[in-house]
Ligand binder design. Structure first.
Ligand code: SAH
Ligand code: F3S
Length: 444
């Protein structure tokens, strides 16, 4: 009988993507089978996130539960990966002696061998090093067909925003070669992918190397991808305002396949706070990018990330953020209370904002964003939207669902054979984040 493994994933899209790769690695290399039931697993994997508070505590809490399974069956292997693993390394095994494997975001491709090593030697192993590009080599070997696919084009971050742990856990920016990326997307397209989501901590810092040694910038990569037959929609997350150069804006003019929706994290509406955050742009710079984009794409919708209650943020700074939210008219966005991360420059900054005030600011901000999100959704009522059908709706099993260009999930009645096709849907009902409607036409 095949051995079984269970995987729990916390955190960002990149982590989800990493877990997806891990699943395939273990199925193919170790002949393991995925299970949704942790109690029956021979191998328990935790892919962790350390972006905000209590990450470590959450990990040890989860591990404590898994320790019980190991008591019942000492052969169970426990592996911890992701950003907490990267940060803590073998200290995880010091504190939780029953953890067999610690691997980092850049060593997950070594997992099959690490598992075999543990089985053969009954010893523990920890590898959270940053071997350059090695991980990317596994990418194009494991391809699964879906109408919407994700692909990592670069990893790591060199920005060192004063609040952020990512540069320490995922290492420096490294880009995959354009040739590899184009090859993988071509394979995906041949097998039915119509929409591609490019992933990276800072996709616009992408600098791939062509075979002739010349540099491929993000804008060039977008153009090359848009030429791949079968790819009809292109999205990416996340980009940084500092590197949002004019050559990228030009792509919005030339390539309609690039969606009319952009996630561009701003974090704060106050220049003073942006300086303390080490973001290296001003609100004027940010608004200038949006202005240029709107010149070309008047209806482009913008979403963002916000941090409230960063040390030194006073009422005036917070109001500046609220003002920016109205002015740019942000669509659905992510927002967080600042969380001090050990090892980051902002960690020791004095923060006098009370917990009540922090929560209040977050609430006010989220309410405003929600209002704007609903307004954008309501405007869609009665319109006809192009939707790429992704599958059967989880919520309404008699319906199928897909996404609009502006990233709204729409559910509607339709045949399963429409999965993978673009359909035109007339929007009838509007909820805050999702929509429902009726098909008016299906592509040939
Ligand atoms: N460019 C990255 C950003 C990573 S972190 C990406 O791929 O998304 C995602 C978001 O988490 C950031 O934009 C920021 O808003 C938030 N964040 C990061 N560190 C944080 C901290 N210490 N406290 C609160 N929010 C944080
Ligand atoms: Fe983090 Fe700033 Fe990089 S938010 S991921 S250090 S751009």
């Amino acid at each position: 009988m095949k051995k079984k493994f269970y995987i729990k994933t916390w955190g960002c899209k990149m982590n989800e993507y990493d877990s997806f790769k891990i699943i395939h690695l273990l199925q193919i290399n170790n002949n393991y089978q995925l299970t949704q039931i942790p109690e029956e697993a021979d191998l328990l994997l935790l892919n962790t996130c350390s972006i905000r508070e209590k990450a470590q505590e959450k990990v040890f809490h989860q591990l404590g539960r898994w320790k019980e399974y190991k008591k019942n069956n000492p052969k169970v292997i426990i592996a911890v990966g992701g950003c907490v693993a990267s940060q803590e390394g073998y200290y995880i095994q010091k504190r939780a002696y029953y953890v067999d494997i610690v691997f980092g975001p850049q060593t997950l491709h070594r997992l099959p061998n690490m598992i075999q090593y543990v089985i053969n030697t009954k010893r523990k192993v920890a590898d959270v090093s940053f071997p350059k590009l090695e991980k990317f080599n596994i990418h194009n070997k494991y391809i699964i067909t879906k109408p919407v696919s994700y692909i990592s084009i670069m990893e790591g971050c060199n920005k060192y925003c004063s609040f952020c742990i990512v540069p320490y856990t995922r290492g420096k920016e490294i880009s995959r070669s354009a040739k590899d990326i184009l090859f993988e997307i071509t394979q995906l397209a041949k097998q039915g992918t119509r929409e591609i989501n490019l992933l990276g901590q800072n996709v616009n810092a992408y600098r791939g190397i062509h075979d002739d040694g010349s540099i491929c910038r993000f804008s060039e990569l977008l153009r090359l991808i848009s030429n791949i037959p079968g790819i009809d929609r292109i999205r990416y997350i996340t980009s940084h305002p500092v590197e949002f150069t004019d050559d990228i804006i030009d792509v919005y003019r030339d390539i309609p396949k690039l969606v009319n929706f952009l996630h561009l994290p701003v974090q704060s509406g106050s220049d003073k706070i942006l300086r303390l955050m080490r973001r290296f742009y001003t609100i004027k710079d940010y608004k200038n990018i949006i202005y240029k984009l709107k010149q070309i794409r008047p209806n482009i919708q913008i979403s963002s990330d916000f941090i409230v209650a960063f040390p030194g943020e006073n009422q005036e700074d917070f109001q500046k953020t609220m003002h920016l939210i109205s002015e740019v008219d942000f669509d659905m966005s992510y927002s967080f209370i600042y969380s001090a991360r050990p090892g980051t420059p902002a960690y020791n900054m004095k923060n006098i904002i009370s917990d009540v005030e922090k929560k209040k600011r977050l609430y006010i901000l989220q309410e405003r964003i929600l209002q704007q999100t609903i307004r954008f959704s309501r405007r869609m009522q009665g319109t006809i939207q192009s939707v790429l059908v992704e599958g059967v709706s989880k919520k309404y099993p008699e319906k199928i669902f897909g996404r609009t260009e502006n990233n709204r999930i729409v559910s509607f009645k339709g045949k399963n054979s429409f999965i993978g096709k673009f359909v035109n849907v007339k929007i009838s009902n509007v909820h805050s984040y999702s929509l429902s409607g009726n098909i008016v036409s299906v592509e040939e």
